[in-house]
Design a protein around this ligand. Structure first.
Ligand SMILES: Nc1ncnc2c1ncn2[C@@H]1O[C@H](COP(=O)(O)OP(=O)(O)O)[C@@H](O)[C@H]1O
Ligand SMILES: [Mg+2]
Length: 240
């Protein structure tokens, strides 16, 4: 039997901090086995969008659906149980725990045996195998990012939200990270990713969303955004 392909739909959400609205009606949708990249200038609300989807800040208007079910303003634990995982931009590992303990923390909501999933994470990130008993905070930045993504994979998510997974990494490390993200997609996971390395990210994405001042400026295929001169001039400086 073919597995159901889940969909996540964000419709016109308004959210922010206290009285201040940062997102002013943002929409985005994704299916499993897709990579959707969110690009836009600093302060556009990209991280706020991720936090809103994950139930970390209240949504004042608009709706979020997981398939046909509304999940707007569900608590984060219930959102995780639906199969949505999140890797924040910063503070995304337990620095005083070992690599393996970090992965175990990622599985805390699972009642079944997660060892197979841990092996899958080690297959995705073989560099972590020999580091499994090392304190995560002592690893390189790239390896810490692997731990963070690996931890988020431990619930076997249907969707994973990645906030700037390549920030601060060397070119070699960000290439490895992008490759691993493509593998995660082929495992059947939908990836929503905020990225500063916008060109590289759009090359591997099915769709890109340009977010400016808390509004959708443009949503299109990765390829067509790469060919859009306005977008390249405005947002696609930097690498490559
Ligand atoms: N915890 C917070 N409290 C108040 N304002 C915040 C908080 N986090 C972010 N902001 C503000 O929200 C806006 C969008 O931030 P953010 O979503 O982090 O942007 P981006 O990720 O696109 O750079 C910025 O003006 C930022 O100063
Ligand atoms: Mg951000």
């Amino acid at each position: 039997m073919k597995k159901k392909i889940h969909k996540l739909v964000v419709e016109n959400i308004v959210s922010g901090y206290g009285d201040m609205d940062i997102l002013k009606g943002v929409s985005i949708n994704i299916s499993q086995e897709e990579i959707v990249v969110i690009i836009g200038p600093n302060g556009a609300g990209k991280s706020t969008l991720m936090k809103s989807i994950f139930g970390l800040i209240p949504i004042k208007e608009g709706n979020i659906y997981f398939d046909e079910e509304e999940i707007t303003n569900l608590d984060t634990q219930s959102i995780v149980k639906k199969g949505i995982s999140y890797v924040p931009q910063v503070k995304n590992i337990f620095p005083n725990l070992t690599v393996q303990e970090n992965l175990e923390m990622g599985a805390y909501l699972r009642k079944d045996n997660y060892l197979e999933t841990m092996n899958d994470v080690f297959k995705l990130y073989p560099d972590l195998v020999e580091k499994r008993n090392q304190i995560a905070g002592q690893l390189s930045g790239g390896q810490q990012q692997m731990v963070a993504i690996g931890r988020a994979l431990m619930i076997q998510p249907e969707f994973i939200l990645l906030d700037e997974p390549t920030a601060g990494l060397s070119p070699k490390m960000y290439n490895d990270t992008f490759e691993s993200i493509q593998k995660i997609k082929t495992l059947g996971v939908g990836v929503i990713m905020v990225e500063q390395n916008a060109k590289r990210a759009l090359q591997i994405s099915d769709r890109g969303c340009v977010l400016v001042s808390g509004e959708n400026k443009l949503t299109a295929s990765g390829q067509s955004l790469l060919m859009n001169e306005n977008i390249t001039n405005l947002f696609l400086g930097g690498n490559e």
